[in-house]
Design a protein around this ligand. Sequence first.
Ligand SMILES: NC(=O)c1ccc[n+]([C@@H]2O[C@H](COP(=O)([O-])OP(=O)(O)OC[C@H]3O[C@@H](n4cnc5c(N)ncnc54)[C@H](O)[C@@H]3O)[C@@H](O)[C@H]2O)c1
Ligand SMILES: [Zn+2]
Length: 362
Amino acid sequence: MIQKVKVDLGERSYNILVGENLLSGNDISGLKNIVKDRKCHIISDDNVAPLYLNSVKILLKPAGAITSESILPAGEQNKTLESIAGFYSDMVKAGLDRKSLIVALGGGVPGDMAGFAAATYMRGIKFIQIPTSLLAMVDSSVGGKTGVDLPEGKNLIGAFLQPEMVIIDTTMLKTLPERELRCGLAEIVKYGVIIDDKLFSRLEKNIDKLNSMDLNFYASIIAECCKVKARIVSQDEKESGIRAVLNYGHTFGHAVETVSDYNVGHGEGVSIGMCMAADMAVSLKLMEPEAAQRQEDLLLALKLPTRISGYDPEKIIAAMSRDKKSENGTPVFIVPRRIGMVSIEKNIRREDIIQAIRGRCD
Ligand SMILES: NC(=O)c1ccc[n+]([C@@H]2O[C@H](COP(=O)([O-])OP(=O)(O)OC[C@H]3O[C@@H](n4cnc5c(N)ncnc54)[C@H](O)[C@@H]3O)[C@@H](O)[C@H]2O)c1
Ligand SMILES: [Zn+2]
């Protein structure tokens, strides 16, 4: 069964299709209308391309696409303007014009870059997302944020561009390394805590299905998460308000990732960061300790880290003040109030932040 989630953004609205085996076989409704005999440039990485590039070409062909591709070495270190420059020249060589289409095939790294290339090539062309990592399926492929990193920091250059369609084939999760899968699960737990207590309870009750890769269950959870993100993005496309709740766990998490020199993965950082934020909420009497414990128990059941060892808490605090999400040097915190609700807080005292960080550092 294919589930369809609509992201409602007026003229920029689009559908997210979620299901098993979407790439092989099924005639994806609406795809032909988007592709319409255009030149399609597929952007992917060298882990994903050998596995799925051919299937994507086969999918696009009946819609009349003439395909070309840029394949970059996998990894965040290649999410640079230099890689984008390489894509532009591949696209010029392949004869892409303003009517052409970019297809993002991969995790968040190729996804963010393909989107940025689409936002800027010839002042902007259309693109489709085919996310292949769990994180990309529930988060980065939906919402229209695109971009690249600078040596000075992650995601400092970017543009907003909504895709024409997002195609999520959960079968692709079978080849995703387990650690990457767990990182995606951290973002799924995040959606439950920020806005959806029913989703959170469903996760608690179905740990076995999550840990045993029940793809049918994944399809339904991914669709739920896309609905949550779609709802938030429809209310606040350019992050002037409510969209900030998606950063729950990320202010602490980014700092942890940075200080570990990225040995701690993004989702792992988010998992630890959500625990720090919850500890802070409990000590400020903004959340009951039982709710914080439920969050920690779920993260542990999904084999995610909730503490870090071997790093100086002071360095984490320093890294946090450099985060681009801080306003005038004071970090903005998304603070959990109960499972399914958070608030945005700007005036948290430094002592309380330090205490929350220290409490999770061994
Ligand atoms: N645009 C947004 O709103 C948004 C939101 C969250 C994160 N992001 C960005 O997303 C990026 C992280 O995304 P990610 O974790 O997907 O990173 P990624 O693209 O580097 O993928 C992680 C790893 O998994 C591999 N992989 C992906 N799918 C696979 C599959 N099906 N089979 C085998 N291997 C596979 C990749 O090759 C890579 O090695 C970061 O750059 C982050 O800034 C963007
Ligand atoms: Zn994240």
